[in-house]
Ligand binder design. Structure first.
Ligand code: FE2
Length: 336
């Protein structure tokens, strides 16, 4: 009994103490293992540092908060500006001041205090039926509230983080009251109650339930690579909204270093790798996302879609309007 306890204690000590045995870094990730494994393998090949990763679909923040000082998390990987700022707000992250990271990640994609960093960026695009919507008929998020689209639009829940961030960007651009008018008018044009994920909206266009939808761009890459979903993606045209004014709304996947990271130095090295040209190239192409580093070329599919104007609104501003965005979705009864 005592021997077992000593062994367990010893294992815990080795896991949390990088000076014993080989160097390690522990990653808590919202991102799917198949997506990030190639990155970790490349990092280990370059540095000899082993990456232990825990994948969680939900409840990551609660897990880290409840673990407190005993948390083994070094680096936290997640998607959406909301989740990144929630981590900082909950006090489970710590700032780092890496010149390498700052040089590779544009300032609108990272926390000014150094608590979180965007690693890939994603455009919230509009998609429309190839057969039922003329090319050029929709040019902006604001165009979606025209009477022409009554009963023809599908979206996911108005309270999903991706929609919250989009609504927040409309508040930033036009003010709260106009954003509310926009969302309530968008709701009136919906073909059905908000439901499903982004891909389900594309499927609904393919199946003729609606003609227009709002999705994150990388789902196009994923659907085109899937034998069943390829026909959904092939039924639609993509639109980068607001090219004549503020640009298309962008969000990020990103990372933060945990407050009590037992292997902080290694976490910093991993973050630097993820922001480096090599890391950005692997991360960007694996999920069809845009690298945040301006030095790194886009994947062939993204190049084929051409260049587009991105909304340069700082993600800190997007995050600051999230609460209002959720309230607006409530007030207009978007999901009812
Ligand atoms: Fe997603």
């Amino acid at each position: 009994m005592l021997v077992t306890r000593v062994i367990v204690l010893l294992l815990c000590f080795i896991f949390s103490n990088p000076s014993i045995g080989s160097e390690t870094v522990n990653v808590y990730s919202y991102r799917k293992p198949q997506l990030i494994k190639p990155l970790f393998n490349a990092f280990t090949n370059n540095t000899g540092i082993k990456v232990n990763s825990v994948f969680a679909k939900k409840g990551m923040l609660e897990k880290i908060v409840s673990e407190g000082r005993n948390s083994l998390a070094d680096l936290i990987l997640t998607v959406d500006i909301g989740r990144l700022t929630d981590l900082k707000k909950a006090g489970v992250t710590q700032p780092i001041n890496s010149v390498l990271v700052q040089e590779n990640i544009p300032s609108n994609f990272r926390d000014p205090d150094g608590h979180w960093f965007g690693l890939t960026s994603r455009a919230r695009i509009i998609v429309s039926s190839k057969t039922r919507v003329k090319i050029g008929a929709i040019k902006s998020y604001e165009d979606l509230i025209s009477n022409e689209w009554k009963g023809r639009i599908c979206t996911r829940s108005g309270k999903h983080p991706y929609m919250t961030a989009l609504i927040a960007s409309v508040i930033a651009a036009s003010g709260e009251s106009e954003a509310q008018t926009w969302l309530s008018s968008l709701k009136k044009n919906l073909a059905r109650k908000p439901q499903g994920n982004d891909r389900a909206q594309v499927r609904a266009i393919y199946e003729g339930q609606c003609d227009v939808a709002i999705i994150n761009h990388y789902y196009m890459a994923m659907m085109l690579a899937d034998p069943v979903q390829k026909k959904w993606a092939s039924a639609i045209n993509i639109i980068f909204p607001n090219q004549n004014d503020r640009g298309t709304h962008m969000n990020v996947s990103g990372a933060a270093i945990a407050k009590f990271a037992p292997n902080k130095k290694n976490a910093e090295k991993l973050l630097e790798f993820l922001a480096s040209s090599e890391g950005q190239r692997i991360y960007g192409t694996k999920n069809g996302e845009y690298p945040v580093s301006r030095e790194v070329p886009r994947s062939d599919l993204l190049v084929s879609w051409g260049d587009f104007k991105q909304d340069s609104l700082s993600l800190v501003d997007v995050a600051s309007y999230r609460k209002k965005a959720i309230m607006i979705a409530d007030r207009v009864g978007y999901n009812d």
